[in-house]
Design a protein around this ligand. Structure first.
Ligand code: LMR
Length: 388
């Protein structure tokens, strides 16, 4: 039995993380997976999270019951307010998910059930797992053009031209901010124009938001999400709290669906619960309780916002510092691209050489996680970028 089972080729990001962990070199530098490291090279435990954990531990002990299928009620309400700046919009359904990937998968399963003939369109390039998740849900996945020939800005006209040819009910996957892997985002006016095409062509936008607050600031980075709700079209939003709360292992995220009416939202909410019940029944409790505690406490919320701002500012400082270190190469993309990732334009072969010669790990697409830079490894990374 199982003789015919094929070898899993591995995931390009997670496999590289395994290679990094096996690498015996003491001075290896991880600029591959999207972890936020602090200036000392550690994945931090945020003070807001530590304090929320202490508050939860001080409560009278309660039985560890299942959460509802759609998750923790206080979490869902707070997350909807955080994403849309509006927790009372009854046209929006928000449920707790198992990280951002879980939200994508529940959204994909739901869409496949109700739009079985649709196809999915993702940006070229995109996060590799987008393709795998939607293909895994049974969709045909196509790519739409994203960057222009310079590789440093969105080729918006070409993108719109492609969207204008898509069949009705096509699902278009978009990155709400801090595009992964390029760090190149749409401007507010471009989002508005894109939603107008979605309305005209009856497309279904699915926004993936894993880096809110790490680009320009929370409100700026949430523009695409809030504009979607304002545009009066239907769309989905997957959201991850892995990076912004440094809660990777808790698998805490959310899925929102913006519907045309309150009545439709009620039915969508029910079907989403059914999708969850047949996948993993209900989500885990602890991460959602931590996030809900922080969102519901004015002091903790303010502390978390400061911590989020500090993460963003440290990454900006590292972008500037690396740019200065390699000034003759004029890598101005470091200054222009937003969020955790920079798209270096390096070939897979160059990335391999950099890893072998210098112990500096980038994703083979040329993506560099700038959150892994710190004062102790900047010189080494600068040397690596100048020698491949
Ligand atoms: C990444 O893009 O590196 C992160 O989102 C981690 C992952 O799961 O791939």
């Amino acid at each position: 039995m199982f003789e015919h089972v094929e070898t899993y080729p591995g995931d390009p990001i997670l496999s590289l993380m395994d290679d990094y962990q096996r690498d015996p070199r003491a001075d290896k530098v991880n600029l591959s997976i999207g972890f936020y490291y602090d200036g000392a090279g550690q994945v931090p435990v945020l003070s807001s999270v530590r304090q929320a954990r202490a508050l939860l531990e001080a409560r009278a002990e309660t039985a560890n019951l299942y959460l509802p299928m759609d998750g923790h009620g206080g979490f869902r309400e707070a997350v909807q307010r955080y994403l849309f700046a509006d927790s009372d919009n009854p046209r929006i359904v928000t449920l707790q998910s198992v990280g951002g990937s879980g939200a994508l998968r529940v959204g994909a399963d739901f869409l496949k059930r109700w739009y079985p003939d649709s196809q999915v369109w993702v940006s070229d390039p995109t996060w590799d797992n987008h393709l795998a998740i939607f293909q895994g849900a049974g969709f045909g996945v196509n790519r739409y053009p994203y960057l222009d020939a310079s590789g440093q800005q969105v080729d918006f006209q070409r993108l719109l031209q492609v969207f204008a040819t898509l069949p009705a009910n096509s699902i278009v996957l978009l990155h709400a901010c801090c595009h992964n892997p390029t760090g190149v985002d749409l401007a507010p006016g471009q989002w508005d124009a894109l939603y107008a095409v979605c309305r005209e062509r009856s497309l279904i936008p699915f926004l993936d938001a894993a880096y809110l607050g790490l680009g320009e600031g929370l409100d700026e980075d949430a523009y695409a999400i809030r504009a979607l709700a304002r545009a009066g079209i239907t769309g989905l939003v997957s959201n991850s709290f892995s990076k912004v709360f440094s809660l990777y292992g808790e698998r805490v995220g959310s899925l929102s669906v913006v519907c045309d009416s309150v009545e439709i939202a009620g039915r969508v909410a029910g079907q989403l619960k059914g999708t969850v019940r047949t996948n993993y029944s209900n989500p885990p409790r602890h991460g959602a309780e931590l996030v809900a505690t922080i969102f519901s406490d004015v002091g903790l919320n303010a502390l978390w916002r400061e911590e989020l701002d500090a993460m963003r500012e440290r990454m900006l400082a590292m972008r500037r510092a690396l740019y200065e270190r390699v000034k003759p190469l004029d890598l101005d993309y470091l200054l222009r691209q937003k969020g955790m990732f920079s798209y270096t334009g390096l070939s897979a072969a160059a990335v391999d050489r950099i890893r072998e010669r210098h112990g500096v790990y980038l994703i083979r697409s040329g993506r560099m996680c700038v959150a892994g830079l710190n004062e102790s490894n900047l010189d080494q990374v600068a040397r690596a970028l100048s020698d491949h």
